[in-house]
Design a protein around this ligand. Structure first.
Ligand code: HEC
Ligand code: HEC
Ligand code: HEC
Ligand code: HEC
Length: 231
């Protein structure tokens, strides 16, 4: 009899322990997984990397905007308007204030883009709205040809489509990042060049997957200082 009672007591205790344990872990499971961020000082930002996110609030709009088939810009036209790869493009349209330096007048159309009826084109979004002296670098087109023949040679552009190591892997960035930190300005939206248009504007952290290819540094010649003091 005593033995039986002892075993019953043992089971009773085990059951209570089980209940207590179960309730405890049940309530623990209800708690949200949450790690408090202890912000003692502002997090440091790397300016050139921060600009990747400059237009990210428009990413979902870009995703849902169809590319207007009738007003697409081609890569050929994009290159055609630049003296060399990476040079500031000339202004291909008339400018109202001839003497102004640019600023707000230009940003009306170039800050966020949009269709411009009178030029029958979408205004390309500027990757650098903060550089307000636009005409310091962008000049109006005066002629379509140069006055005299010259031997100026345009270095060929890196081009698109052959910058990935494997089919389907993210292509490396074939261009410099200076003046091109704000990826979405050129790679998404109806004014973007159709060959550069991406199907994943919502993956806003571009440089997480795309790395600079460093092609630029490849052809730099070795620097040799001429020794003017040799006998
Ligand atoms: C009324 C709207 C409007 C205003 C104002 C305007 N632009 Fe434009 N801009 C456009 C449109 C539209 C295009 C595209 C033209 C085309 O593709 O034929 C364009 C094209 C350009 C381009 C060529 C971009 C490229 O990649 O080839 C540059 C550079 C430019 N504008 C600079 C300026 C500057 C600088 C100002 C201010 C002085 C200015 N724009 C004012 C609408 C405007
Ligand atoms: C310090 C020189 C400089 C200033 C100032 C400047 N830009 Fe640019 N801009 C450039 C360069 C360089 C490029 C070409 C970037 C490239 O192709 O790599 C460019 C490209 C552009 C483009 C072409 C984007 C595309 O998708 O084709 C537009 C539009 C533009 N700038 C508008 C402006 C406007 C508007 C202002 C004034 C608010 C301005 N820029 C001020 C140097 C400048
Ligand atoms: C001023 C406009 C501009 C900006 C801003 C820009 N790009 Fe580009 N991108 C281009 C052009 C033009 C090309 C085509 C190759 C060339 O001429 O450099 C290109 C090519 C590429 C390619 C290769 C595509 C292929 O199919 O091979 C990748 C990847 C790329 N860019 C990523 C980026 C990333 C990431 C950023 C932001 C850090 C960025 N780009 C910012 C204009 C731009
Ligand atoms: C999660 C990784 C990832 C992120 C983040 C990402 N990409 Fe891509 N990207 C890819 C992959 C993978 C491909 C190749 C797709 C293919 O070949 O089908 C690609 C292709 C491209 C291309 C070549 C054209 C095309 O659509 O195939 C360009 C240009 C490009 N990405 C630019 C960007 C820009 C700009 C951003 C930021 C807004 C960005 N990518 C963010 C993975 C990424």
């Amino acid at each position: 009899m005593k033995k039986r009672l002892g075993i019953l007591l043992l089971f009773g205790l085990l059951f209570i322990a089980f209940l207590a344990n179960w309730t405890y872990s049940y309530y623990q499971g209800l708690e949200e997984a949450y790690l408090p961020v202890l912000e003692t000082r502002p997090l440091p930002v790397i300016p050139s990397e921060k600009k990747v996110f400059e237009r990210s609030k428009y990413a979902l709009d870009y995703l849902n905007t169809p590319n207007d088939e009738n007003h697409q810009r081609t890569l050929e036209r994009y290159y055609d308007n630049r003296a060399y790869v990476g040079a500031p493009p000339s202004i291909p349209h008339p400018v109202a204030q001839k003497l102004g330096i640019g600023g707000k007048v230009c940003l009306q159309c170039h800050q966020n883009g949009g269709f411009v009826e009178k030029f029958n084109a979408y205004a390309p979004v500027t990757p650098h709205p903060e550089m307000i002296n636009c005409k310091q670098c962008h000049v109006e087109q005066q002629t379509q040809s140069s006055f005299t023949a010259s031997t100026f040679y345009k270095k060929p552009a890196p081009g698109v489509g052959s910058n990935n190591a494997l089919p389907g892997s993210p292509p490396t960035i074939p261009h410099a990042l200076l003046m091109r930190e704000n990826c979405l300005a050129c790679h998404a939206g109806p004014a973007a060049v159709k060959e550069l248009w991406i199907n994943h504007p919502e993956r806003v952290n571009c440089r997480q997957c795309h790395l600079p290819s460093q092609q630029e540094g490849k052809n730099v010649e070795e620097f040799v200082r001429i020794n003017t003091y040799s006998e």
